[in-house]
Structures are given as C-alpha cells and as structure tokens.
Design a protein around this ligand. Structure first.
Ligand SMILES: Cc1cc2nc3c(=O)[nH]c(=O)nc-3n(C[C@H](O)[C@H](O)[C@H](O)COP(=O)(O)OP(=O)(O)OC[C@H]3O[C@@H](n4cnc5c(N)ncnc54)[C@H](O)[C@@H]3O)c2cc1C
Length: 420
C-alpha cells in the first residue's frame, strides 16, 4: 500500500460514519497500472471479497460500498430473541478492513449502475468507475402479495439482524402470560434454511423461562422442516413439549396487520405477537445492474468466477445468486474467496482455478447452550457447470453443549475472517 493510499483511507474513515469519496480522489491515488474494483454490500460476501481481493491483488483499488455504519451478524441473532445474546455482541465495525487491508470502505447506498459505462452511482450523486464490479447485496423481501407488511413496525420480520430483531424480542417480552406467538416460514429458497427452526427453538426457550403457558405456532409454507429436520423435531419434543405447534403446508392467504390475524387456506389464527418472514429475492441493486435472470428473483453466475451469465465484468456472490448451495454466511464467505481469487487471476492474465471446492458448516442453537450442525463439501462439476454436493455430508448425531461451544467459536472465527 502506498503512503498516499494510506492517508486517503484515513481521511475517508476519520470523516465519520459517512465517508463519501470524490471520484477525483480515487483516480489520483491509484498507481497507473492498477485496476479498480467496486464491491456493493459489506455483509459476509462483500466484506470477505473486499478483504481478500485487497490481499491477493495488491495493486487493485478495492472500494466497498455499504449502506450501514456497522456489520450486524444474522448468525446468532436468533439468540437475541431467546435472550442469551445481545445485538451489540453481534456487531462489528468496518475500520479493520481499511486499517489492516487497505479497503476503501464507504458508507453509502448504490442507487444506480451503468454496466455499459462501468459506473456505480451513490446516493450523494457521486459516480465511481469500475474495471470489475462485485455485487453482494444479500436479499430483499417480496411484498407483492402483502404490501401492508412493508414499512410498518407491528409485524417484524427480524430476518435482517438489527432494529427488527430488538423489536421482536421486546414484543415477546411484553406478551401476556399464556399468549400466542405465530411465526411464518416462506417456501424455499430463502436465506438460511435452518434459521426459522432455530428461531422457533429460541422463542420457545424464552417462553419456557418467562412465559411457560404461552404457545408458539409455526406456519410453514413448506411440506416439512427443510433443514436438520430430525434434530429440530427431537429438540422440540425434548425441550419444548406443549410449547410449539408446527403446521406444515401453511401458505398465507391474508394478513390483517391491525388485529394480527393471519389466514391460511385451511384456517385462521390470531396472534399476540406475529413474526412473518417474507419470501425473498436478490437485493435490489442486482435488478439495477440487470443481472437478475432466474425466476425474476436470483442471479445466475459462472461458478469459476462468479461473473454474471448476462453482464460482463459484473460478479455476484452470496445470498443473491441462484445455486444448489444453501444461502448461508459460511457459503457467502467461501464464494467471496473463490471470486476474489478468480479476479486476482484475471487481472494477472492467468486462468482462474478450474476446480473450486469449498465446504459449509451451519450451526443452530436448540437451547441457549446446545447446538447442532449440518456440514457439506461442494465441488465444481465442469459438465453441469454447477457446484455439486460431495458424498459424506451430514448432520450431528444429537445436540450438545460441545457443539454449542463450536458454534460460538465458528461465529467468532468467521466474523474475524470476514472483517478483521
Ligand atoms: C436469523 C438468521 C440466522 C442465520 N444463521 C446463520 C448461521 O448460523 N450460519 C450461517 O452461515 N448463516 C446464517 N444465516 C444466513 C446469513 O446471514 C446469510 O446467508 C449471509 O448474511 C449472506 O451474506 P451476504 O453477504 O450475501 O448478504 P448480507 O450479509 O445480507 O449482506 C448484504 C449487505 O449488502 C448491503 N447492501 C445491499 N444493497 C446495498 C446497496 N444498494 N448499497 C449499499 N449496500 C447495500 C446491506 O446493507 C448488507 O449489509 C442466518 C440468517 C438469518 C436471517
């Protein structure tokens, strides 16, 4: 890193949470030969890609655009609902990415993308050029069928860790003794397949401690629990008998936001606390770039580079892609490294790795201390141009406190790997 670059970053960071970078400054500090990569999104995918590309391609200017001032982890956010973690414990700032790795972190929103001119426009009106663009926007919610759910604070989704997580926790704390909480699960694919069932455990855990006559009803649009089924059902039986009613094939037909009434095809339910997890699609910025090309929801990519199949020099990683891979933080982190390595190779006029392999381990807490996991290895299949699951993948035999300790260690490790 040059002195010039270091001082530039310092200026951007010390300017406070909002550090909008004039294009001229970016142009001035680059060595003549360097390339400029813009990363939109500072979640597990974007922050990892920005960090590792900066490390592996030292002449590349990496600018990470993130609308939030701090990173708040969705993994472990269900524990905030259960009462054993605080949101503060899941929050990390972005300073280490700039201080340790020279990433230009910019708190701003990307509001338009011109893939012909190769520019990204930010919400302050400034425009940045890129040689390659990495989109890591995560998911946005689909409110087409239930517009009343957008921009309201009676029925939190709490599916992006932050104020909604705190809101749902406070609603659970304030719920009357013997009351009913209802949560809904959308049809797959959605971000974090085991997440809703872990959430059910955490809400039931909270009730067991503070409101033992309360009930949690899970209305699942799917035909059955979609991840770690045996483990979750065993945990519900062992720890939360009488506290959880699980109702599969429950597609929502109507929601009354004032009375917290929810209708499915077969029944009507009235809640004291209602948590609706909406259906999801690639974050809006992917639409702006014209890279949403599967079911009007997801982005198809080349798994060797994560480049879009429809727009050159635009790469998409993380939850926003269409893949036979779980939408997890662990996967987003792994895809980001494959993408960063491929871009570093392309800039060095080398062929990207042709047989990427990576793994996913996803822990879920079934109590405040006991966890379970699912783990799998994925390898690129050149014939099918897909990441395919390798034999030997599987789940824990049973929940344990040891796995709970592993889950905490996993979280600390991936936050550091992504952000430090
Ligand atoms: C309750 C819950 C529990 C979970 N538990 C686990 C777990 O235990 N293990 C696990 O591996 N995964 C877990 N996940 C899944 C994991 O959180 C996601 O898969 C992961 O966050 C995906 O990373 P991402 O970078 O693609 O998206 P995100 O982490 O969502 O990051 C996207 C970022 O892009 C930013 N952004 C979007 N658009 C713009 C724009 N236009 N301009 C600027 N910034 C923008 C957003 O602000 C956001 O910070 C869980 C998820 C939930 C909801």
């Amino acid at each position: 890193m040059t002195l010039k670059r270091r001082s530039f970053i310092k200026t951007a960071v010390t300017a406070g949470a909002v550090a909008i970078l004039p294009e001229i400054a970016l142009a001035n500090k680059k060595p003549a030969s360097s390339k400029q990569v813009i990363v939109v999104g500072g979640g597990f995918a974007g922050a990892t890609a920005a960090k590792y590309l900066s490390m592996w391609s030292p002449n590349t200017e990496v600018i990470m655009i993130e609308r939030n001032a701090q990173f708040v982890s969705c993994p472990q956010s269900n524990l905030v609902l259960g009462g054993s973690k605080t949101l503060q414990q899941l929050t990390t700032d972005y300073h280490d990415l700039s201080d340790n790795h020279g990433v230009n972190t910019v708190q701003a929103e990307a509001v338009s993308i011109d893939t012909d001119k190769q520019t990204v426009t930010l919400n302050d009106g400034s425009t940045l050029n890129y040689d390659r663009l990495i989109l890591a926007p995560g998911v946005d919610f689909i409110y087409d069928d239930y517009p009343q759910l957008e921009n309201q604070d009676k029925i939190p989704h709490a599916w992006k860790a932050g104020p909604q997580t705190v809101l749902l926790h406070s609603q659970l704390m304030a719920m009357k003794q013997g009351g009913t909480a209802i949560m809904t699960v959308p049809a797959t694919p959605f971000k974090c397949p085991p997440g809703p069932y872990e959430r059910a455990c955490q809400i039931a855990h909270f009730f067991k401690q503070h409101n033992p006559t309360a009930k949690l009803i899970i209305l699942d649009a799917n035909a059955d629990v979609v991840s770690k089924k045996g483990l979750f059902k065993a945990a519900w039986k062992e720890h939360y008998a009488g506290l959880i009613d699980y109702i599969p094939n429950s597609t929502i037909e109507n929601i009354d936001i004032n009375t917290l009434t929810i209708e499915t095809e077969f029944d009507q339910f009235q809640a004291d606390v209602l948590n609706v997890i909406p259906s999801q699609k690639a974050g809006k910025v992917a639409e702006m770039a014209g890279v949403v090309n599967v079911d009007k929801r997801w982005c198809k990519v080349d798994f060797l580079t994560y480049e879009s199949t429809v727009k050159s020099n635009v790469h998409i990683i993380g939850d926003a892609i269409h893949a036979k891979l779980p939408k997890s933080g662990h996967m987003a982190n792994a895809q980001a490294k494959v993408c960063a390595a491929a871009i570093a190779s392309l800039f060095a006029d080398q062929q990207p790795e042709q047989e990427p392999v990576f793994n996913n381990t996803c822990y879920s807490f079934v109590t405040d201390t006991e966890a379970v996991h699912v783990a799998a290895v994925y390898r690129y299949n050149a014939e099918e141009k897909q990441m395919k699951t390798m034999p030997g993948s599987g789940v824990s035999g049973k929940s344990s406190e040891l796995e709970g300790a592993y889950a905490d260690a996993w979280a600390k490790n991936i936050w550091a790997d992504t952000l430090k």
